[in-house]
Design a protein around this ligand. Structure first.
Ligand code: FES
Length: 92
């Protein structure tokens, strides 16, 4: 089974009050879930509006948003053509 988890957090969530701070991973990359292990540092160069995928070793390997935008644009143009198509009256 594979899974893509989309998260935009670039750091942990701090729980208070406690004698010692506990940091909960909010980026989804920690190997020590639910606790932060510093893996969020890999997200520092991520750009807003893009989707990044990481393999199980935590290595970023693809940015897919440009391909998704192109596919959506193409699908919209196909839908527009379909909507303009007039069904011959003998088929109605
Ligand atoms: S917030 Fe995820 S590893 Fe730190």
């Amino acid at each position: 089974m594979a899974r893509v988890v989309i998260k935009e957090a670039k750091g942990p969530m701090e729980l208070k009050p406690q004698k010692k701070s506990v940091f909960i991973c909010m980026c989804g990359l920690s190997k020590n879930q639910p606790f932060c292990d510093g893996s969020h540092l890999k997200t520092k160069d991520e750009k807003k509006g893009e989707v990044y995928r990481y393999n199980e070793k935590g290595k970023k390997w693809i940015v897919v948003m440009k391909k998704i935008h192109a596919a959506v644009k193409k699908a919209k143009s196909v839908v527009a053509k379909i909507n303009k198509y007039k069904i011959p009256s003998k088929l109605l």
